[in-house]
Ligand binder design. Structure first.
Ligand SMILES: NC(=O)c1ccc[n+]([C@@H]2O[C@H](COP(=O)([O-])OP(=O)(O)OC[C@H]3O[C@@H](n4cnc5c(N)ncnc54)[C@H](O)[C@@H]3O)[C@@H](O)[C@H]2O)c1
Length: 445
């Protein structure tokens, strides 16, 4: 029966279901629709479905022309109703995989959506899990659920894990030009998955099992987490030693054409991947009495960075002839990274929370992608970025370095600036009023 699905894939007749239409699911849905496949997306967030039905694109990286093409030509529809699953042959699961309060994996979103699919899916369908998760999720949790029907994976249904590599805000790499990894629970599962993924990726790399694919994704993200932690530690050391600018050090090290890859210090990491994934692996390792001490240390160290930035602000404020509690602090850039609208686990929001807890109540923020920030009992509303806002602030803290900001203008009108991203690197004249993370220029005039 896999031959039937194979033929349908080749003829672009395979009906595709995408569960979870967020940063991963929507670009994937549009990519398949663009290639001419009939795609139906399912999301339990009614607001997202309404936007799609109103033809409003809510993911910046999805090209509007492609989005409208897919909808106007009826290649892409969306609803909150799982009943369409009974009509679909290939189902992608792209739901969140957060951690609980005590940093354990929460795969309830995967299991809830898998249960809905399980109730409706027809025999010989292909299910591909894309949510990042710990090794064993596909084979030990999802597969047994479907086999409880009396079906056998690889014979009555096909199941794979294929990690997502989308990098929101990346101007070069997108769903279409980034190689994809696939690991099926059987050879047939892998082959079918490769066939469909080849439709949207230039290169598909097959591995021997879903476990390998799940681990591969964690390696990618933990590689970043560990290297960011390393460079953050060196940045803090440069601050302590003085007279060494970490940014200059990285620039110099980057001239080595082999064996070095630059990572940059910053106020902490956010988003839904690098900050969370080390905890997924750590939890899985503990099931085997293995402690990923090094990886855990890196994750914890990265979580310390917003505290470090808060301390920088408090130290600067201590030099002023005003009480810290009366200070006016302006935070620029509050999404989790440059030029994206995603603010999940944003270090900027953590910095604001920490300053607020220090008793600084007069905190303003600006971000081109955010309107409000809710923290404890307070709602912070975005301010218009103008000369008065900059002049009124005792300290301007650049936390997320959006490219739309005019940093020269920001420095000109700010009393003093704490730059956590080296966004002001090209500005020479006003150096004395900039404190730069990792650059020991802790001079405030
Ligand atoms: N965002 C990224 O850059 C990125 C990159 C690689 C991998 N990932 C991984 O991909 C997965 C999804 O991430 P995301 O950023 O797209 O998340 P997201 O929050 O942007 O999107 C997930 C969507 O799933 C929907 N959803 C949740 N439960 C559902 C259910 N039971 N039925 C239907 N819809 C449901 C939510 O409403 C939401 O719209 C996560 O595991 C994440 O770690 C994300």
């Amino acid at each position: 029966m896999s031959e039937v699905l194979r033929e349908k894939i080749k003829q672009k007749k395979a009906k595709i279901g995408i569960i979870g239409l967020g940063y991963v699911g929507l670009p994937l849905a549009i990519e398949f629709a663009r290639k001419g496949y009939p795609v139906h997306g399912i999301d339990n967030d009614a607001a997202k479905i309404k936007l799609i039905q109103q033809k409003k694109n809510y993911i910046k990286d999805v090209i509007n022309k492609d989005f409208l093409y897919a909808i106007n030509n009826h290649f892409f529809t969306a609803s909150s109703n799982y009943d369409k699953i009974s009509d679909q042959e290939i189902i992608f699961i792209c739901v969140p995989t957060p951690v609980t309060e005590n940093k354990s994996p929460d795969i309830s979103f995967i299991m809830n959506s898998a249960e809905e699919v399980f109730k409706r899916v027809k025999k010989h369908s292909l299910i591909i899990l894309k949510s990042t998760t710990f090794p064993g999720t596909t084979e030990d949790f999802v597969q047994p659920l479907f086999e409880s029907k009396g079906w056998k994976a690889g014979k009555d249904f096909y199941l794979s894990f294929s990690p997502e590599r989308v990098d929101p805000g990346n101007k070069i790499y997108n769903t279409g030009n980034t190689p994809i990894v696939v690991g099926g629970v059987s050879k047939k599962c892998s082959e079918l998955s490769v066939l469909i993924m080849q439709e949207v990726a230039t290169k598909v790399h097959m591995v021997s099992s879903p476990r390998v694919a799940e681990m591969e994704k964690l390696l990618e993200n933990i590689f970043r987490s560990v290297n960011i932690a390393l460079v953050n530690e060196m940045a803090r050391l440069c601050d302590r030693m003085g007279k060494i600018n970490i940014w200059e050090v990285i620039e110099a090290a980057s001239t080595k054409p082999f064996g070095f890859m630059p990572f940059y210090p910053g106020p902490g990491i956010g988003g839904h991947c690098i900050q969370i994934d080390p905890y997924y692996l750590d939890w899985a390792a503990k099931q085997y009495d293995f402690h990923t001490k090094f990886i855990e240390l890196a994750a914890e160290s990265n979580e310390e960075m917003p505290f470090y930035v808060k301390d920088m602000v408090m130290k600067d404020l201590a030099n002023l002839p005003i009480k810290a509690a009366n200070a006016n602090v302006l935070v620029l850039g509050t999404t989790f990274k440059r030029d994206v609208e995603d603010h999940r686990n944003s270090p900027a929001i953590k910095v604001i929370e920490l300053l607020y807890k220090e008793g600084i109540t007069n905190i303003n923020f600006h971000d081109p992608y955010m309107r409000t920030i809710r923290l404890m009992d307070k709602i912070f509303r975005v301010q218009e970025l103008n000369e008065k806002l900059l002049r009124d602030a005792d300290i301007t803290v650049i936390v997320t370095d959006h490219t739309s900001y005019d940093y020269e203008w920001i420095v000109d009108f700010s009393k003093r600036v704490i730059d956590t991203r080296n966004a002001t690197k090209k500005i020479k004249n006003n150096r004395e009023k900039i404190s730069l993370l990792g650059a020991c220029t802790y001079k405030v005039t």
